[in-house]
Design a protein around this ligand. Structure first.
Ligand code: NAD
Length: 420
């Protein structure tokens, strides 16, 4: 077995383990567990693509609908060499609890193609995306399952999916995907939404823990959509972002990085590495920096039993999905580190995706202040709901968020009366 396979199988095991912990804490009846624990529908598709050389290469793609108990399935599509069915199942499962935590009327889904988009031309990416969209077309749609971007998928890729779906239906269907370009039914504020949600929930945590935002030291692992915009928001709010990283390197400045300049630098060079006015540090040093807030915003399993003890942050805000493993959680509990779990911390993205879908279906669009104000209200309320469970039931924040999500899905299941 490849090392990456072990990691990805682990992601689904983690998702199942987290469900069991929440179900046990809720004393959930077996009938309901059987109804809501496992994916409802799994589709594997073969995607032959003509490459620019004229050769046909076959890729494998997936779409998993974990739950439609509370509404249509909802979740992103990931293009990455390490995508496996188990990883997609894990991500789909997390989407179900995430949508329930922020109480938006969706179930959970996820998709992916095992590929290396960085090594593909725009033409190859477009042909692969359209073929994949055609292959999953029977199970997606605004009332059934609404994909969105995830790692290495973009608004342009969503536009191709929207177009492929619409050509098949014979009329434009903007509500079939979210995260589209603004000119094609996208929502203002969607691009920044994940980071904004992370910012709002972290700010609420700081209020709860009596940590001032002004001057707080923030460390960001992963400087993509979620990470770079979170860094910008903290910088604008007066915090000091002292370190950040991407796949090519980590940079550090104890006085605080000039984040708008780092964003510009990355735009031009493709990486934060080599940014002038900062020192190089190793990835393990970045995670071990003394700081108020650590934001893992890259991929799964960044913090494990191997490195969790080195973390010296007061708050860990999971902008990424699944960056802290269950062993990492246990160590954080012992160390008294306050964790904002992914299904709460990064739920701003799916929340504004929901706003986008509502706007598309109503053909009526909101201004950005409206979007941000509605997002803030949902994120702050959701944080307080989860915090209350954490304090009342004396469980950690991960378990509290999972209990919130699982109990809402269980309630919907009971109301629908689907069990014998
Ligand atoms: P992205 O592709 O824009 O950015 C990922 C960044 O992480 C890149 O800068 C990459 O260089 C960096 N990276 C990858 N491996 C790394 C490593 N080992 N060390 C340091 N940096 C590394 O992706 P994104 O959309 O920002 O997503 C990041 C995470 O947030 C993912 O887990 C994703 O599932 C999650 N997420 C994103 C959204 C969203 O709306 N974008 C919503 C919810 C959750």
């Amino acid at each position: 077995m490849l090392a990456t396979e072990a990691v990805e199988q682990n992601a689904y095991q983690v998702a199942l383990e987290n469900f069991d912990l929440a179900a046990n804490a809720l004393e959930l009846e077996e009938n309901i567990r059987a109804m809501i624990k496992y994916p409802e529908r799994i589709l594997t598709v073969s995607i032959p693509v003509r490459m620019d050389t004229g050769r046909i290469v076959r890729f494998e793609g997936y779409r998993v609908q974990h739950s439609t108990q509370r509404g249509p399935a909802k979740g992103g599509i990931r293009y990455h060499p390490n995508v496996t069915l188990d990883e997609v199942k894990a991500l789909a499962t997390w989407m179900t609890w995430k949508c329930a935590v922020v109480n938006i009327p969706y179930g959970g889904g996820k998709g992916g193609i095992t590929c290396n988009p960085k090594a593909m031309s725009m033409g190859e990416l477009e042909r692969m995306t359209r073929r994949y969209a055609s292959a999953i077309l029977p199970i997606i749609g605004p009332e059934k399952d609404i994909p969105a971007p995830d790692v290495y998928t973009t608004p342009q890729i969503m536009a191709w999916i929207m177009d492929t779906y619409s050509l098949n239906m014979g009329y434009p269907v903007t509500g079939v995907v979210t995260g589209k370009p603004i000119g094609l039914g996208g929502s203002l504020g969607r691009n920044e939404a994940t980071a904004r949600g992370c910012f709002y929930t972290t700010r609420s945590s700081m209020t709860h823990l009596n940590i001032p935002l002004e001057g707080a030291r923030v460390v960001v692992q992963g400087f993509g959509n979620a990470g770079s915009i979170a860094a910008t928001l903290f910088h604008e709010a007066g915090a000091r972002v002292i370190a950040c990283s991407d796949t090519k390197g980590c940079i550090f400045n104890a006085h605080g990085l000039d984040i708008p300049a780092v964003v510009e630098f990355k735009k031009v060079t493709g990486s934060v590495a080599g940014f002038p006015g900062a020192d190089w540090i190793r990835p393990d040093e970045l995670l071990a920096l003394d700081c108020e807030v650590l934001i893992p915003a890259a991929l799964e399993n960044a913090i494990t039993e191997e490195n969790a003890r080195a973390v010296r942050a007061r708050i860990v805000a999971e902008a990424a999905n699944g960056p802290v493993t269950p062993e990492g959680d246990r160590i954080f509990d012992q160390m008294g580190i306050f964790l904002i779990p992914d299904i709460l911390c990064n739920a701003g993205g799916v929340t504004v995706s929901y706003f986008e879908w509502v706007q598309d279906e109503n053909h009526l669009f909101w201004d950005e202040n409206d979007v941000n104000a509605k997002l803030e209200k949902i994120m702050v309320r959701s944080f307080n709901d989860v915090l209350k469970i954490h304090l009342d039931k004396r469980v950690n924040m991960r378990l509290a968020a999972n209990m919130q999500g699982v109990s809402r899905v269980a309630d919907a299941c009971r109301l629908r009366g689907l069990y014998p």
